[in-house]
Design a protein around this ligand. Structure first.
Ligand code: HPA
Ligand code: ZN
Length: 341
């Protein structure tokens, strides 16, 4: 199969994405459309002009540079409609890429912008837009709450306390993102305990910018059921054994890891070594707009750089489904598992 045929095949191949940030899913194209319709400050007014501000490249990798890209979006959204448009478009684009089940995570604090909207409103707008798009576009989507280490404990506490009081909750899981190398997750541990008590599943960005100890902490202290990235677990055989025994899934994101400088190239990604050690893994996008990728493109990369077969990709999807935070997983499996059997 040549590259074009492979890409077409992967484009229609049904897929699960457990780790995608709404913040990092808004392409330069969508930003320009939002700005022309609803206003909002951007560093450039054309799609081509915006690309260098939004996209990472493999030639200039770096974790801080990657996180810096999100600054373009902060304070950009001028009104409810702009936020709804962004959320709706992100879901529609996933559906067009044959993503059948998506866990879309976002930080309400990010979209609220510096002192602009109420987070409770932001949550209502985004979740309604996600629901509407998923009904129209033949995709199952659930929202996952992200708090950022970098916005400080005060804001995170306010968000988690608000969300934990709501039953049924607007979210199905809690994640912590941001700069693992600078801000420890420790000060947030009680918020994870509170979220868990209120019924939220837990996932934590760990073992990406920092080593395996952070993954161990996420599992043993925070009781995370899945790890965002966790790619550096490969450095510690005892940790891999623990992840295998506890069935903790690593939400791997191939190109993102190259862009943050965690792995030197797609071909050097340790996904296979993790799988061989029996660690459950899934393949995800992380931030499609920042990395300028689609999940289909990530599957093409898995095939061409890492030798994945279609039956391995099917197994990865079934594993992902098994670790979904969906509230009715058995029903979810009944609806979707046939794609990968
Ligand atoms: N790591 C930490 N924080 C993030 C990431 C990531 O890969 N993507 C978006 N926020
Ligand atoms: Zn992430």
């Amino acid at each position: 199969m040549d590259k074009k045929e492979l890409f077409q095949r992967m484009r229609t191949f049904p897929k699960v994405d457990l780790h995608r940030h709404l913040e990092g899913s808004i392409s330069p194209d969508t930003l320009v459309r939002i700005a022309s319709k609803y206003g909002g400050e951007l560093p450039a007014c054309t799609v081509e002009g915006l690309r260098p501000y939004i996209h990472m490249t493999a030639e200039l990798p770096g974790f801080s540079a990657f996180l810096q890209k999100f600054q373009v979006y902060r304070g950009f959204y001028t009104c409810r409609e702009a936020i709804e448009y962004a959320a709706y478009t992100a879901v529609m684009e996933a559906a067009l890429d044959a993503v059948k089940y998506l866990e879309l995570r976002y930080s309400p604090t990010h979209f609220a912008g510096p002192n602009r909207f109420r987070e409770s409103d932001v949550i209502e707008w985004i979740n309604a837009a996600i629901k509407k798009a998923s009904e129209v576009c033949d995709i199952i989507v659930i929202p996952v709450l992200t708090i950022s280490r970098d916005f400080g404990r005060g804001l995170a506490e306010k968000t988690v306390r608000y969300v934990s009081r709501l039953k049924p909750g607007p979210f199905y899981g809690l994640d912590i993102a941001g700069n693992e190398a600078v801000n420890s997750a420790r000060p947030f541990s009680d918020l994870f305990a509170l979220a868990k008590k209120s019924g939220l599943h837990l996932t934590i960005h760990a073992g990406e910018a920092c080593g395996p100890l952070n993954v161990l902490e996420a599992v043993t202290v925070f009781k995370a059921e899945r790890i965002g990235h966790g790619v550096r677990s490969v450095e510690d055989p005892a940790l891999m054994a623990l992840l295998r025994e506890k069935r903790i899934l690593l939400e791997l994101c191939l190109t993102s890891n190259v862009h943050t400088g965690v792995v030197p190239s797609l071909g050097a990604h340790p996904i296979r070594r993790l799988m061989e050690a029996g660690v459950p893994v899934s393949i995800n996008t992380d931030d499609p707009a920042i990395s300028d990728i689609t999940l289909s493109g990530e599957y093409v990369a898995a095939v061409t750089h890492l030798g994945f077969t279609e039956s391995e990709l099917k197994a990865v999807n079934l594993e992902a489904l098994d670790h979904a935070f969906h509230p009715d997983k058995e029903n979810l499996k009944r609806r979707l598992a046939h794609f990968w059997k």
